[in-house]
Design a protein around this ligand. Sequence first.
Ligand code: BG6
Length: 464
Amino acid sequence: MLKFQEGFLWGAAASAPQTEGAAAIDGKSPSTWDKWFELEPDKFYDHVGPSDTSNTYRHFREDVALMKAMNLNSYRTSIAWTRLVPDGKTVNPQAVTFYRAYFQEMVDQGIEPIINLFHFDMPWWLMERGGWEARESVDYFAAYARIAFEQFGDIVKKWATFNEPLVHIECGYMGDAHWPKVHNFKRAIQVGYHTLLAHAKAVAAFRELAIPNGEIAIILNLSPVYPKSQQSADLEAAEWADLLYIRSFLDCTVLGRFPEKLVAMLKKSGLAPVTEEGDRELFALNTVDFIGCNYYQPLRVQAPIAPNDPITGPRDLFRGYDWPDKKINPHRGWEIFPQGIYDIAMRLKNSYGTIPWYISENGMGVSQEERFAAQEGQINDTYRIEFVTDHLKELQRAIEAGAPCFGYHMWTFIDCWSWLNAYKNRYGYYRVDLTDDTRTPKASSFWMAQVAKDNGIDSGNGPD
Ligand code: BG6
């Protein structure tokens, strides 16, 4: 049996917009997702929008009971900004009632809540004022964060500010997968800067309130970067990818500063964000207590072709590399590379010392998962059990090697709505039937219940 340390957090992760439903009732204002679905429903897989989720807003007690039945001792979700402070100023009492009941239910059932504040769900009214491009978004976010800490700080002790900030920056300002679908690297840099500033201001508010036993984090998608070869051009490409996608976030939130090499390059290229006096101190003073690490797959890169100098975007620094030997998840198309968990753990240990962290997301999306239904509709997801086993083995190896990792959360608990992909790729320990909200356990839920109970994996309990 590969054992984990006592008190290890076994759990799952989700977010408010992907689970709650009730997108337009009880005082909630629209987020960019609610509005985008209204404007362009054809963009959303099967025309399933953010109202059409597993409806945790109504079923949260049942869901927490299912967590308990699975022996989970922790769960991460988020608060919807648009529900708690619908106009950016006024606290919505119905939201307070809902979240207090939800979080208290978790605590009462022995599930530690880890509560995040922003999971890609920008309020529409703020997006109309410029979203994260506008400096005022920083203060609006900090005010919302303070309200959340004040309203729920007596129940919730572990907090996070943002989930995967890289994603709303990249998908919204260097791609089409998030609103406002802008393609402009300079604007993306400004959005990233304001996001990190909003994070630091929220941490400052948290410190001021001094919640007893409170801890605050940021949740980052940390894909370890691997160069195509050991040739200097590929190594340099990997260094830039790491600076842009990993160190920009980790250095800022853990060490309180940005990497000098990255700042110099942005300045030289005319891409540096607009800053204000006092920002530097804000970052320096407001570092996190722990990190959430979302790991799905590695980032493989190689030297760019004919790069511009000064650079105009990431493609002048590196380009993706399709490793021919990769193992692929055929049901989602992402690489499966369990060793990446060990490598990112060592990276955190070697570069960021003793900062505690946990795996805040890891998981395997499967399209048309009903294909794998066995008796009575139960999904026989042996591929997911194999996936988690392989990743847990690498995580255990990292902990043995000194990584201060305190938990493993699976994405996700109950199949959830996933942005433009809606319910295309299912990730849960439970399958949800969207016609009547029924939750049905998959084989992996029974397997994980045993792992959590044993606080370890049996080598006979899953593939070697
Ligand atoms: C994670 C996000 O990175 O990926 C989640 O935090 C998202 O919000 C998940 O749902 C899976 O994405 P997809 O596109 O496979 O459904």
